[in-house]
Write a protein that binds this ligand. Structure first.
Ligand code: SF4
Length: 598
């Protein structure tokens, strides 16, 4: 069986866009989206300038994260190595767009399903080469079987030094470049400005780009960073960015899977990295006669990409925290033997929990670009996807919480014997805890599968999300308790659990932002955008002050003024904490999407 890949010889590319146009025509790609495009990056100072091209598209990764995350096998890897998609199965969840570290996937504006380069599989299946290969006037694009030592692509990859995009992601890309400049391969290397040479930056990424430019201009000025090359006019200088030390380690892993452990391409040729190309942070800007041009490295043209996940996702995470958290904390109270929980309180708490879980499901369906296909997750689940696993966890939790609610409601209305309820209640509690915990925390594992967003790859996330669910669930139970009344034991349990979860949540939030090294330069940029950039208001005033400081202050006030007010102030604290959580989630989910991947 073949193992198809691409090689692009940037020595031959003349930037004519014939490949982009042929792809559009062959695959009927609508306006505004692209399966392949030619990125232009310009370097130098007038008159010594140079335009670099990079033909970019799906890498048909040997280890494709887009396939792993797809909940319905709409994105899949063929036996011949082509990563293919099935638009008739796609539900439009956009998870694959988050998983691809290369911006290779888009949502087709006509079919509302995911699409990308599929190696012209309809042509490949009948022995023809992809349209882009045929049309290229300089034979800069080579396709073929990487496992056949006699194929042109294999011989070139064996003979020439080749590079790939983002080897540190561990995806083992099978799109190799000859002589691609690192400034084209590293999306954040060029100076970032609100306009390209040929177009405005029209997508949400414009926010990050403007801010990022200011950030680095500021850094250059604050550091007095002329590098001895400046004319002293403090023109903003953006140095090329190395991917970082982790490249060697993680890239080695990726190619270990592909080429037997070494950092080599098939055939044994070393793969060039930013380090081996001498384009690391330490290398200075390009100069001419002691002068430094503004924007030493700038993107002149590239395809633009929209942010896939907007407000429904942070809202959905928050409502899920409330729904699952209420079930989890109620069950914990039962298991801990706080036997003074009345059936009325339990029934109301479970009802509210089910309402928020229902809102969560409704938001999940609403955010699909093909909402009518939501049932495909149940009918065709792809079990490695945490989106599919999460859907089943939500359904399992809803089923158990629903049955438990019927039992408690029946008892509250006198239709079911209280003795039966006290026998069955612990069983429901023990079943509820793992399902609620799974429903609360599965999003952390889904985010970890979203390998295009480095900030989300934090090992703290499952613990942090579970903690947020405990905080939101306890808080919601305090609000319910204001109306139903609570026994002293239950009220004390809820207030202490809420207070401790807020304190721990504050520590984990601050530690995650400032206490740990970020996995990559991209993750660090996103974190910077949250704490010091565009999202700093949401983070500090929303996530920290409203979400943690205000609730703790209200609890402290409640303890000071006495028990008559404690529950009401606790409920107010819970309300502030949940609103703060929503604002924090919005920043945390949006910021990493604004960092370009291509
Ligand atoms: Fe292609 Fe991106 Fe999937 Fe890799 S992760 S196979 S580049 S779509």
């Amino acid at each position: 069986m073949a193992n198809y890949g691409f090689l692009i010889d940037q020595r031959k590319c003349i930037g004519c866009h014939a490949c982009s146009v042929a792809c559009k025509s062959e695959n009927q790609v609508p306006l505004g989206v692209s399966r392949t495009w030619v990125k232009y990056v310009e370097t130098g100072a007038f008159p010594d300038t140079r335009r670099h091209f990079q033909v970019t598209r799906c890498n048909h990764c040997a280890n494709p994260p887009c396939v792993r995350i797809c909940p319905v096998t709409a994105m899949y890897q063929r036996h011949d190595g082509i990563v293919e998609f099935d638009k008739d199965r796609c539900i439009g969840c956009k998870a694959c767009l988050q998983a691809c570290p290369y911006d290779a996937i888009y949502i087709d504006p006509e079919s509302h399903t995911a699409a990308k380069c599929h190696y012209c599989s309809h042509r490949t299946d009948i022995g023809l080469e992809p349209a882009c290969v045929i049309v290229c006037p300089t034979h800069a694009i080579v396709s073929g079987d990487l496992d056949n030592p006699h194929s042109e692509i294999s011989r070139l990859v064996a003979r020439e030094p080749v590079s790939v995009r983002k080897p540190e992601q561990g995806t083992a890309p099978k799109l190799f470049y000859i002589d691609a400049d690192e400034v084209t391969l590293t999306p954040t290397a060029p100076a970032m400005r609100p306009t390209f040479m040929w177009a405005d930056v029209a997508t949400d990424q414009a926010h990050a780009i403007v801010e990022d430019f200011d950030l680095f201009a500021l850094t250059a000025r604050v550091n007095g960073h002329s590098n001895g090359h400046s004319n002293g006019a403090s023109a903003p200088v953006r140095e090329p960015v190395a991917v970082g030390a982790s490249v060697e380690a993680r890239g080695g892993e990726a190619y270990g899977a592909y080429a037997g452990g070494g950092r080599t391409a098939p055939g044994g040729t070393p793969i060039r990295t930013p380090q081996t190309q001498g384009m690391g942070v330490g290398s200075g800007p390009i100069t001419t006669g002691g002068r430094v041009a503004e924007g030493m490295i700038q993107t002149a043209y590239t395809a633009q990409h929209k942010i896939p996940w907007h407000w429904p996702v942070p809202t959905y995470v928050t409502t899920k925290d409330i729904g699952a958290g209420m079930g989890m904390v109620l069950a914990a109270a039962v298991i801990l033997g706080l036997g003074t929980i009345s059936s009325t309180l339990a029934a109301i708490a479970l009802f509210v929990s089910l309402v928020f879980t229902g809102i969560t499901t409704a938001l999940l369906v609403y955010d699909l670009d093909k909402p009518a296909r939501f049932g495909y997750i149940v009918r065709h689940p792809q079990w490695r996807s945490w989106l599919a696993r999460g859907a089943f966890l939500l359904m399992g939790f809803s089923l158990v919480a629903g049955l438990w609610f019927l039992l408690e409601a029946g008892t509250a209305f006198g239709w079911i014997d209280a003795g039966l309820t006290s026998t069955l209640r612990p069983w429901f509690a023990w079943l509820t805890v793992p399902l609620a915990l799974g429903a609360a925390s599965y999003t952390a594992f889904l985010f970890a599968q979203a390998e295009g967003r480095d900030l989300w790859q934090s090992p703290l996330l499952p613990f942090h999300m579970s903690l947020q669910a405990v905080m939101a669930g306890t808080g919601a139970l305090l609000v319910v308790g204001v109306f139903t009344g609570l026994s002293d034991a239950v009220a004390t349990f809820l207030l202490w659990t809420f207070g401790v979860s807020v304190v721990l949540g504050l520590l984990v939030t601050l530690f995650g932002e400032f206490g740990v090294a970020h996995a990559s330069e991209v993750a660090a940029r996103a974190a910077h955008s949250i704490s010091h950039g565009r999202f700093r208001g949401l983070f500090w005033w929303g996530g920290i002050v409203l979400g943690h400081v205000v609730p703790l202050a209200l609890l402290a006030l409640g303890m000071f003024v006495g028990s008559a007010w404690l529950l009401i102030l606790g409920a107010l604290a819970a309300f502030a904490a949940v609103v703060g959580l929503l604002l924090f989630e919005y920043a945390y989910i949006t910021a990493p999407q604004e960092i370009p991947n291509s």
